[in-house]
Structures are given as structure tokens and as C-alpha cells.
Design a protein around this ligand. Structure first.
Ligand SMILES: Cc1ncc(COP(=O)(O)O)c(C=O)c1O
Length: 460
């Protein structure tokens, strides 16, 4: 076979240093396209080199590489034959959500990241690293560093009424990490199905599904989770957001709190308390965590995602004693625990009071942003009803019945705004709405985004 036929080319215009890899790729393509069948003899190196006007060594090296890949074989009777066709190139498709940098995102509940206490954090890291003991750089207990667990123990007692000694706290990769651990341990114990709030946090549901945990939606009304419907669901674990239900913003009423804990006792069940944004309460002190009422029935989980930033991937889990050891083992079996340096930096922020000062600043900033959002909704979205204003960093905006919130969100995207339609958080259809997260953007941008939604609603 002539080289020209083989490669379907007659001239070579490739820089000298790239000729081998060029030739390898051309041969691969010829094999892949089926132009050359397995068993076909390829041109002798000298002949092909002459035809292409390249050094013979170039062809020898190219054949050597192709032989190593298993595409060519040296024939016993002399010469080289095609041994296999290469698989078609894999189209690598990213599984990351597509980055849409130009979208003004009011759907993601991040806090005001521009207010991150950079100076305090850097000082804390510097302090940790300047110690000569190397403790920031070596292995720590998978459960979390003792320094952080000690600080968390007193912080959780002060801020949330959660009473847990350091050895009962597990440092996790955020709420998500805690839920993944719980899902695995509960699955191993054969108590898989988890009741989730409807509407509720999509991310939590997805992570449970990822760990093969069946979920059953249970309705949320003006008092929070409807506990008698939970009882009818058959689930023995309930994942709830009692301090500020996501997305409705409802605070679980005292009667429902009691009913939920009674259910847990009667059913020998477990309540997983996702305390994700409880630090933000604008009208009075935050309600105490459910955990404080029944530590042996409630697994308390929370994180830094709404206070410092979700990128830190730091959170914590305090679970009933019968689950604790298995959860620690699961934490160990995952990745030997969270990175040590940020744990120690956080411990220092807690110890020095810097985190508490930061939270005071954040409450003021977020309250201002919330007020802006509420005003902008009143101005631009007539007929809308705002719920869940007393706490957290998002609002639920209920829209007039005729609005299709998914269509609105899609049209908003075309206008450069990302907003979460309430329908995407529901298992059972209900009134339309959108979740407006107000922590992320300065007031003017936030108001502008809401004005765009208003414009879309007015358009036919
Ligand atoms: C209800 C709820 N729980 C938890 C989280 C935070 O998860 P993580 O701590 O894994 O970042 C969020 C984040 O938006 C949330 O909405």
C-alpha cells in the first residue's frame, strides 16, 4: 500500500519537531475512519518516509508508538500490519453545571461574600501556621480537630442551645457532608426512607437520592411540617428545617415541635434538623434548636455556608449517641476528615469572638438587603405576597395564580437573571412563586433584578 493512499495526503507541511505526533494522529484517524482494515499491511517505513519527505526515523518512531498502543503489530514474516482500530474519541462532557457568569443570580442562597472577614481569617491562619508544631499540616482526628470541636461545643450551646461535649461533635463537609454520612449509616441500619418537606430543599433531596435513600414528601403548611401526614408516611426519619423552613420561611410552631418529637419517640424515629441559616433572625432572638429539646431523637446539622461562605465546606453534626460511632467511622472512611488548616482558623475565629462580630455585621447588611428586596417586590410585582421575611437570607414571593413560575424563571434567564421557581421545589403542585435570595448582591443590583421580574410579569 502506498503511503499517499494510506494517509490520503501528498505533501507534508508540519514543523519538524511535531512530525511524529502528527503522523501518529493521521494513522489513528485512518484506522478509526475504517479506511484501513485490521490485518492490512502498512507501508514500509523507508517508503512512507520518502513519500512524505520526512526522515525515516520519524516514521519508525510513529510506528513504535502505534505498536505500543496496540494499533499496529510487527508481522512475523516481516513488515507491520494493522492490529486493531482505535475506539472512537470519547466526547468528554463536563458534568459541572454550565457556568453562566453573566447571569445575575438571585437563586443561590449565599451570604454577602464581599463581607467575608478576610483580615481576621488571614491572621488566624497565619497564627496557626507560625506555630512550630506543624499541627495544621498533619493528620487530625477524622471527627475534626479537638480545637474546633471544643470551640463549636461552646458556640453551639451559646447560639443554638445545643448541648454537646466536643467528643460528640463531628466536623463535616457542610450540611451536605453531614446528610451523606447520615444517609449511609441509616441505610446500613435498614432505615432508609427519609421524609422530606414539601416544598423543600432540592439540594438535600438530591444528595439523599445520590446515596440511594428513598424520600417521601410531606406537606408544609403555615405551622411547618404537617406531622400527622408524616406519621402516615411510614418513614422513620424526617429531615426538617425547623428554624426557618426552606423555602417557605415558616418557623415550626411550638405545637408542631412537640408533635414532631412525640412522633420520633413513638416511632422510634429520628429527626434530622437542618439548621442551615438559623443565625439570621431579624425580629427577635433565634428560636432554640430542636436538638435542645430531645438530643437523643434529633441529629443537628449546620454549616458555615450562610455565615462565612459555602466554599469553605465546613459544617458539623451532633447525632444521638447510638448513631455517633458509626457516623465517625463513616467520616473516617470517606476521606479521613476535613482539611485541618481551615478548621483551626475557624476555631480561632470562634475563640476570639471574631465570628460573632462578623455575624452582627452580616445581620445588619442582610437586613438592609432584605428590606430592599421587600420594597422592590411591592413596587414591581403587584399582587405578589412575600413570606418568610423574619429570618434567613431568602424570601418566598408567592405570585398570582395564573403565573407559570417555571416559564417566568426561564424568561428571566433570557434576561440575564437566575431565579428559583417554587414549582421546582415542590413534589405536589401548588401555588406559583419564586425564591429570592437577597444575601448575595448589593441592594441596587438586587432591586434591578426584581424590577426585571416585574417587567416580565407585565409582558403578555
Ligand atoms: C435548606 C438548606 N440546607 C443546607 C444548605 C447548605 O448546604 P451546605 O452546608 O452543604 O453548603 C442549603 C444551602 O443552600 C440549604 O438551602
Amino acid at each position: 500500500m502506498s503511503g499517499a493512499n494510506f494517509l490520503q495526503l501528498h505533501t507534508l507541511d508540519v514543523p519538524r519537531g511535531r512530525r511524529v505526533s502528527w503522523l501518529v494522529e493521521r494513522v489513528r484517524t485512518a484506522l478509526r475512519d475504517g479506511r484501513v482494515e485490521p490485518g492490512t499491511r502498512v507501508p514500509p517505513t523507508r517508503a512512507l518516509a520518502e513519500e512524505l519527505g520526512v526522515a525515516r526515523g520519524t516514521v519508525v518512531e510513529a510506528y513504535r508508538r502505534l505498536t505500543e498502543e496496540g494499533l499496529l503489530t510487527a508481522n512475523r514474516g516481516g513488515g507491520t500490519v494493522v492490529s486493531a482500530s482505535p475506539p472512537p474519541p470519547t466526547a468528554f462532557r463536563s458534568r459541572e453545571p454550565r457556568a453562566e457568569p453573566d447571569l445575575l443570580d438571585i437563586s443561590t442562597g449565599t451570604p454577602d461574600l464581599s463581607a467575608f472577614p478576610r483580615a481576621a481569617w488571614l491572621r488566624a491562619e497565619e497564627g496557626v501556621l507560625s506555630g512550630s508544631d506543624g499541627r495544621a499540616l498533619t493528620y487530625a482526628p477524622a471527627q475534626g480537630t479537638l480545637a474546633l470541636r471544643t470551640e463549636l461545643s461552646s458556640w453551639l450551646a451559646r447560639s443554638r442551645g445545643v448541648l454537646a461535649p466536643p467528643d460528640r461533635i463531628i466536623v463535616t463537609g457542610g450540611v451536605t457532608g453531614a446528610l451523606a454520612l447520615l444517609a449511609r449509616v441509616l441505610h446500613d441500619r435498614g432505615r432508609g426512607t427519609v421524609a422530606v418537606e414539601d416544598p423543600g430543599a432540592e439540594g438535600n433531596r438530591r444528595i439523599l437520592a445520590h446515596w440511594s435513600t428513598p424520600t417521601v414528601p410531606v406537606r408544609v403548611d403555615q405551622e411547618g411540617l404537617v406531622v400527622h401526614e408524616l406519621a402516615a408516611s411510614g418513614a422513620r426519619t424526617a429531615l426538617v428545617t425547623p428554624a426557618h423552613q426552606f423555602p417557605t420561611g415558616v418557623v415550626l410552631s411550638p405545637a408542631r415541635r412537640r408533635a414532631l418529637l412525640t412522633w420520633a419517640v413513638e416511632r422510634d424515629g429520628l429527626v434530622v434538623e437542618d439548621d442551615y441559616d438559623a443565625e439570621y433572625r431579624y425580629d427577635r432572638r433565634p428560636v432554640r434548636a430542636l436538638h435542645s429539646m430531645a438530643p437523643e431523637r434529633v441529629a443537628h446539622v449546620s454549616s458555615l455556608s450562610k455565615t462565612l461562605g459555602p466554599g469553605l465546606r465546613l459544617g458539623w453534626l451532633v447525632a444521638p449517641s447510638d448513631l455517633h460511632d458509626d457516623l465517625v467511622r463513616a467520616r473516617w472512611g470517606t476521606d479521613l476528615g476535613s482539611p485541618v488548616l481551615p478548621q483551626l482558623a475557624l476555631a480561632e475565629l470562634l475563640r476570639s469572638g471574631a465570628l460573632e462580630r462578623h455575624l452582627r455585621t452580616m445581620r445588619t447588611r442582610h437586613r438592609r438587603r432584605r428590606d430592599t428586596a421587600v420594597r422592590a417586590v411591592a413596587e414591581h410585582l403587584p399582587g405578589a405576597v412575600v413570606e418568610g421575611v423574619a429570618a434567613g437570607i431568602h424570601l418566598l414571593v408567592l405570585l398570582p395564580e395564573h403565573v407559570d413560575d417555571a416559564v417566568l424563571a426561564e424568561r428571566a434567564r433570557e434576561e440575564g437573571i437566575r431565579v428559583e421557581p417554587l414549582s421546582s421545589l415542590r413534589a405536589v403542585p401548588g401555588p406559583p412563586g419564586v425564591v429570592v435570595s437577597y444575601g448575595t448582591h448589593p441592594p441596587a443590583r438586587l432591586a434591578a433584578a426584581i424590577a426585571v421580574l416585574g417587567g416580565l410579569l407585565r409582558r403578555p
